[in-house]
Design a protein around this ligand. Structure first.
Ligand code: ITT
Length: 184
């Protein structure tokens, strides 16, 4: 077994990451810590500063930053996803999209660090924004995001199924591959 410390304030992310890494022989521990998210234009920049803020932790340390990007809103809420959701919930987004293209994608950048070594992996899933929030599974924007090829929102999809195809799954599986290839 390889041990990884996942640093995040978000329990929903941790549950997904833990399950995703287990098949790779990786045991994930959760360290709940709020990391600085400086004004940044990309998830990559945020991940770099998150990694800098966990230098005190030893062994493999994993962080990630995710966002919901809506091209018809020029990528908004993107890197501002967490702040926007906390302040406004879904209302204004659904309102803005009444007259606009509803296509959207989730993107995750995962950053892994061990000592001075760092790796980054990206995962995306395409879909569209629902007309109204549906479902109680998942977290964050899940009730309003419909992944491509279906009609149900992530909020209506069982967690195991979200973990098959999500942005996070696509980034974290690459972390799993890397850790497996490096052994202990
Ligand atoms: P950290 O402590 O890890 O930063 P956070 O919740 O602040 O946790 P992010 O900034 O990466 O994380 O998340 C941006 C927002 O997008 C936040 O509101 C999340 O709830 C939401 N989000 C992230 N992943 C999601 C997912 O898989 N489904 C739905 N919403 C998601």
């Amino acid at each position: 077994m390889t041990d990884v410390t996942f640093v995040s304030t978000n329990p929903g992310k941790f549950r997904e990451v833990q399950k995703l890494l287990l098949p790779y022989g990786v045991r994930t521990r959760w360290r709940r810590r709020s990391l600085p998210e400086p004004q940044a234009e990309t998830l990559e920049e945020v991940v770099v500063s998150k990694l800098a803020a966990v230098r005190d932790l030893t062994g493999y340390v994993l962080v990630e930053d995710s966002g919901l990007f809506i091209p018809s809103l020029r990528g908004f809420p993107g890197v501002y996803s967490a702040h926007f959701l906390k302040t406004w919930k879904f209302g204004p987004l659904l309102e803005l999209l009444r007259q606009r293209d509803r296509r959207a994608y989730f993107r995750t950048v995962a950053g892994l660090q061990r000592g001075r070594r760092r790796w980054a992996f990206v995962g995306e899933v395409k879909g569209r924004i629902a007309e109204r929030a549906r479902g109680r599974q998942g977290f964050g924007y899940d009730p309003i995001f419909i992944p491509e090829g279906g009609f149900r929102t992530f909020g209506e999809i069982p967690p195991a199924e979200k973990n098959e195809l999500s942005h996070r799954a696509r980034a974290i599986r690459q972390v799993g591959e890397l850790l497996r290839s490096r052994g202990r």
